[in-house]
Design a protein around this ligand. Structure first.
Ligand code: FES
Length: 347
């Protein structure tokens, strides 16, 4: 077997046919070289729909061949934690960022950063306080993150440039989307479709994170709603459900806002990791991570910054990184990324 417990990044050309090695014997991974003729296995032949780079399964355990579906994470001893050598080599070049503590933001490698929202300036619109956390002006491409603190019912908010994935960090109340009410409590995700207006009706002050993608502008505050709720997608709220958790070695995640409730652009998930440090890895997607509990460090190759509950991490697509949890009780986090997919897929 010459495959590996990670996917292969492959550049595919639109209209071209490929034969993905299903047996793991090929010397030309991830593609077939005919070695399977010696055993009872056939390649998976497919035609590329677009010219693009995709992750093709290397472990040969995927349930959606030829693509990686994250199955490699649950093979015995396959989830990679940082080796002693990796920790030693990255420590040698490491810079840490005291300004994160004093100015609220630490810039890491490749345009990634860590910020503490409560140290950034806010804009008040009556009973709502708004902070831009991740925007094009910070180097983001298609993922925007805004925080809202609501103390009373607000005007309606509408994002015309993209879908909105809301995450209720604290407080209780109602998320009203075009006149349709969804009760909201901590650790709940709510999906608002592009062009729909929503407002928060708090019972207790609510701190809410809104990811908007692929474009945050234009955004409007409106006095009234059109009542134009997209009834093709009636379910918009997802809370914690142990039965929906996906295991990934000794960690787990649950998708909140995803394709099941109509989100085709973004995926929002909640995850839990034990005291550990992952090996350096990358995702094809652009991602924001919010620390819900626990603490530790976000590492890139040459830099690291401490993270604590409430902190926000921004990772451009393909940014090499490793999140370390130093808390004995583990770390909980919310992640949201564009384009949509599985949080288990990395390379
Ligand atoms: S490499 Fe096989 S599922 Fe990811």
């Amino acid at each position: 077997m010459t495959g590996k417990n990670k996917p292969y990044l492959a550049k595919l050309e639109k209209g071209k046919r490929y034969a993905w090695c299903a047996c793991g014997r090929s010397q030309n991974q991830p593609f077939c070289d005919g070695s399977h003729e010696k055993i009872d296995s056939r390649p998976h032949v497919f035609t590329a729909e677009k010219t693009e780079e995709l992750l093709l399964c290397g472990c040969k355990h995927t349930k959606s061949p030829p693509f990686c579906d994250g199955s490699h994470n649950n093979l015995e001893d396959a989830y990679e934690v940082a080796s002693d050598e990796e920790i030693a080599s990255s420590k040698a070049a490491l810079q840490t960022f005291p300004e994160h503590q004093s100015q609220g933001k630490a810039i890491l490698d490749g345009g990634s950063f860590v910020l503490s929202p409560d140290m950034l300036p806010s804009t008040e619109y009556g009973p709502v306080s708004v902070r831009s956390l991740i925007a094009q002006s910070d180097g983001a491409q298609h993922l925007n993150l805004v925080s809202f603190t609501f103390t009373a019912k607000t005007h309606w908010r509408r994002h015309d440039g993209g879908d909105t994935a809301l995450y209720i960090f604290s407080g209780t109340g109602t998320v009203n989307i075009e006149g349709v009410a969804f009760s909201a409590a901590p650790e709940t995700g709510v999906f608002v479709r592009q062009g729909e207006a929503f407002r928060l009706e708090p019972e207790t002050p609510m701190y809410v994170l809104a990811a908007i993608s692929p474009d945050s502008s234009p955004a409007h505050w409106l006095n009234a709603t059109s009542g134009d709720f997209d009834k093709n997608f009636p379910d918009r709220r997802v809370g914690i459900d142990p039965a929906a958790q996906e295991k990934m070695a000794d960690r787990f995640y649950q998708v909140l806002v995803g394709s099941e409730i109509g989100s085709e652009e973004m995926t929002q998930f909640i995850g839990e990791i034990p005291k550990s440090r992952a090996a350096f890895h990358r995702h094809l997607y652009e991602e924001a991570i919010v620390i819900l509990s626990g603490e530790g460090f976000m590492w890139t190759r040459n830099r690291k910054a401490a993270v604590k509950p409430g902190d926000v991490i921004y990772l451009p697509p393909r940014q090499e990184h490793s999140l370390e949890c130093t808390a004995p009780e583990g770390m909980r986090l919310m992640g949201v990324f564009y384009p949509a997919g599985s949080p288990a897929i990395n390379y």
